[in-house]
Design a protein around this ligand. Structure first.
Ligand SMILES: C[S@@+](CC[C@H](N)C(=O)[O-])C[C@H]1O[C@@H](n2cnc3c(N)ncnc32)[C@H](O)[C@@H]1O
Length: 324
């Protein structure tokens, strides 16, 4: 007799269910074991597929990310004492464990869940949303943690206003059609006194810009096809650069030119190198930003206590507490 697959996520706790809202009419949602979530007012159903509630009808422009995070499910998950994702989380958010412990945190564009893994390790309760099917991978990677994943869009999030103590979004909002609107969409869901942190691609670094020229074509390819091409191209250009660097005098400038024209990620680990290079060439949207821009957006939202992280562009601010 076939055995039923164990559910990927435990049933939602009552307090988390209480913050879920219908995208059509804003009413509180009811959980329905078979259907997923149901709006008692307008009868809209949010289906549950593979244990994940779906608040979108498709991955839309993020199919390459769905492919990427299913193909590289655990590559960037902290599994050794180096704790590379934790190091990045510290540098890209300027958050510390005491900022998250016991807090309700929203991870916007959680991908396969590497930063939610860090946040839960620091004692946060984390809700992760992602427009792509990566939400499934995050739920599996964080099974047993204080974490729930939904497939949802940053521009239409199924939550009550002022639900979260901390909202962070790392490497996500520049991959939307309108980064400014995406950043500003987060404010509504933050509690007064809460922290908002975003990390975006930097507009200051022009070095890797040639990948944007290739990306005009590569983002249109099927993710599987692009991945097959990069499986050959990444080791080729990486090894070419390493080889050129050993040539006296002209080698280093020549390696620089190759890197400029055909940028590939230069991490030592070949799998991480492949993953990050695919991540450069596959997305449809990939805007770059400056501190001047992002500070203006935060100011327009009335954020205070602004800080920057160690890796550009990392901006953290606090929503004024009520009565301020
Ligand atoms: C480069 S990945 C970053 C994932 C994760 N934050 C990390 O750093 O590992 C970008 C993620 O943003 C998600 N994304 C893009 N547009 C989105 C949107 N409108 N709403 C929610 N997630 C979105 C993609 O599906 C993808 O998983």
């Amino acid at each position: 007799m076939p055995t039923a697959e164990p559910p990927v996520q435990s049933p939602l706790s009552a307090d988390l269910q209480a913050i879920l809202r219908c995208l059509s009419c804003g009413s509180k949602l009811e959980s329905d074991q078979a259907a997923g979530f149901l709006c008692p007012a307008c009868k809209r159903v949010y289906p549950n597929a593979q244990g994940i509630a779906r608040f979108v009808d498709a991955q839309h422009y993020t199919a390459s990310f769905g492919f990427q995070w299913h193909r590289y499910q655990k590559t960037q998950l902290d599994h050794d004492e180096l704790r590379e994702s934790e190091r990045h989380f510290l540098m890209k958010t300027a958050l510390r464990p005491e900022d998250l412990k016991g807090k309700l945190v929203l991870d916007v564009g959680c991908g396969m869940g590497r930063f939610a893994e860090v946040a839960t390790r620091w004692g946060a309760r984390v809700v992760g949303i992602d427009l792509s099917a990566a939400a499934e991978v995050a739920a599996r990677n964080l099974a047993g943690r204080d974490f729930v994943a939904f497939q949802a869009d940053v521009f239409a999030m199924p939550f009550a206003p002022e639900s979260f103590d901390v909202i962070y979004s790392i490497g996500v909002l520049h991959h939307t059609p309108d980064c400014e609107a995406a950043v500003k969409a987060l404010d509504k869901f933050l509690k007064p006194g809460g922290l908002l942190v975003v990390w975006l691609y930097s507009g200051y670094n022009k070095w890797y810009r040639f990948s944007d020229v290739w990306r005009r074509y590569t983002h249109k390819m099927k993710p599987e096809t692009l991945h097959r091409i990069l499986k050959v191209a990444v080791p080729f250009f990486y090894n070419l650069q390493q080889g050129l660097k050993r040539v006296p005098l002209v080698g280093r400038p020549a390696a620089g030119i190759v890197h400029h024209l055909f940028p590939v990620n230069r991490q030592k680990d070949p799998e991480a190198r492949m993953l990050d290079t695919f991540d450069w060439y596959s997305p449809k949207y990939q805007s770059k930003h400056t501190y001047e821009q992002v500070f203006k957006w935060y100011q327009a939202m009335g954020m205070e206590d602004m800080r920057v992280g160690e890796i550009s562009i990392a901006v953290r601010g606090r929503k004024p507490a009520r009565g301020n």
